[in-house]
Write a protein that binds this ligand. Structure first.
Ligand code: 5CA
Length: 448
């Protein structure tokens, strides 16, 4: 992509309305634009990040046997009357009346819609288990939308819903989603910690939040330091085998948010030098709630002995748009964002220090096409802005590697490579620089 053709409305000053660094940097780097309180447009740079997060979430859901669908944003109130949640959900639900005076709503979650899909099309235990997910916009009329996309009113969520024949099977599904979440956040470049949680309006007997540690997090968290050393399941894990060992390993030590924190237990179970108190951001939340929706909504399948069985359910959410902010909270410096390669909007920023100079233009064009042919995503700053402005924009938008090309270097057959994460720079021959950039990006793209 040529910067001269791109739409990158960067701001030099920090917008006053933004309280936390991710919100400030998302506005400054032209990723998002507020449209109304808690409602944002995603501009090109932000949209690329959002799509990358979405794709990683999707790949890990698919790996764990979940099947993608797409449910509507607008739902019928009648479905929610069947589950008994229409009145209970309260003011966070945006209620709409259509032209025929029918009560509709903008979905804050989709347990009812998916249970209705299931009940009308699955009849036999032989069709179980099923796990259906979608990545769709949700609306919750939060009383205090704040922190940009971290607590929005409209936000993108991945929500999966599982149906199993027995409690035992649905536990196994819960563990599978648990393991998938560990991989998902690790692939995004984040260290997540699962913590036992309250179930709130979703309900159920078993629930975990996945928390990213960051100073600006909304929750206070308490944990045993060694939880941070647990290993994430590798790609060759058999996701359809017994995953209870992974679950046990990650949940055997103390880890809780302030909502359910028990200080006496914390001090009893965790040696003093292992106690970590920090702030965290909830990026995922999983629930195991049995027949809370399947029962009242009449979802049943024929069991092996001919009797009707009400399936056991769970639901599993990831805050896809919130993650864009959470990554920035976890990865930035004074100059701007520092994107992990797997979610970077572009992988390489190519900087032409003398746009208009024929030799420099030709060298940049050559590097641009070679990187592109190697499958690297490049944002090429071909504008005639001064060098200082180019450097600060590149640092602000946080692309992992910068390739800097000026007339002097071109004469000597050299380029400069800068690594955004540690600020290191090196001057290499053009060919060595090109290979180094390709190697660096490829080595950081995927988690084994
Ligand atoms: N039905 C369940 C699971 S699919 C559910 O709705 N869970 S939830 O309420 O915990 O939301 C799932 C995830 O969405 C949260 O972990 C959080 O990351 C994200 N989320 C929730 N509310 C907001 C919000 N107002 N803004 C941005 N993200 C949000």
């Amino acid at each position: 992509m040529l910067l001269s053709r791109y739409f990158l409305p960067v701001l030099r000053d920090t917008p006053k309305e933004a309280e936390i660094v991710s919100h400030q940097l998302m506005l400054r780097s032209g990723m998002i634009k507020q449209s109304a309180a808690g409602i944002y447009s995603w501009l090109p740079l932000g949209l690329r990040v959002l799509k990358k997060i979405e794709q990683i979430v999707r790949e890990e859901q698919n790996r764990a046997g979940a099947v993608e669908i797409l449910m509507p944003t607008i739902q019928s109130a009648d479905l929610w009357r069947e589950s008994g949640r229409y009145e209970a959900y309260g003011k966070e639900m945006l209620r709409i009346v259509d032209r025929h005076e029918r009560d509709m709503l903008f979905g804050p979650t989709a347990e009812e819609v998916v249970t209705a899909i299931f009940r009308d099309s699955v009849r036999s235990y032989k069709d179980l288990p099923k796990n259906l997910y979608n990545i769709q916009w949700k609306f919750r009329d939060e009383i205090r939308p704040r922190f940009g996309v971290m607590r929005g009113r409209e936000f993108l969520m991945k929500d999966a819903y599982s149906f199993d024949l027995t409690k035992e099977d649905s536990r196994a599904t819960y563990y599978r989603m648990f393991a998938a979440y560990l991989r998902t956040f690790a692939r995004i470049g984040l260290q997540s910690v699962p913590m036992k949680a309250d179930t709130g309006p979703i309900g159920g007997d078993l629930s975990h939040e996945f928390i990213i540690l960051a100073e600006t997090g909304e929750s206070q968290v308490f944990l045993h330091e060694d939880v941070l050393k647990e290993k994430v399941p590798s790609a060759d894990t058999n996701f359809f085998g017994d995953l209870s060992g992974i679950f046990e390993a990650w949940t055997s030590r103390y880890a809780a948010t302030d909502e359910i924190h028990d200080n006496e237990r914390f001090e009893k179970e965790v040696p003093e030098d292992k106690r970590v108190t920090a702030r965290g951001i909830e990026v995922g939340h999983i629930f195991h709630f049995g027949t809370k929706y399947s029962e009242p909504m009449g979802a049943k399948v024929q069991g092996p002995d001919g009797q009707l069985v009400v399936p056991e359910m769970g639901s599993y959410g990831v805050g896809v748009s919130r993650l864009a902010g959470a990554i920035i909270e976890a990865s930035h410096d004074d100059a701007g964002i520092v994107w992990p390669v797997p979610v970077a909007p572009f992988e390489v920023g190519l900087i032409n220090l003398r746009a208009g100079d024929a030799a420099t233009d030709a060298a940049c064009q050559d590097l641009y096409s070679k990187l592109s042919s190697a499958g690297i995503e490049v944002l090429y700053d071909d504008t005639d802005e001064r060098a200082g402005g180019k450097f600060s924009t590149m640092d602000l938008i946080g692309l992992p590697v910068q390739l800097i090309v000026g007339p002097k270097g071109v004469k000597n057959g050299e380029v400069e490579v800068k690594y955004r994460a540690n600020g290191e720079r090196e001057t290499l021959s053009t060919e060595a620089g090109l290979n180094k950039v390709i190697e660096t990006i490829n080595s950081q793209r995927v988690l084994a």
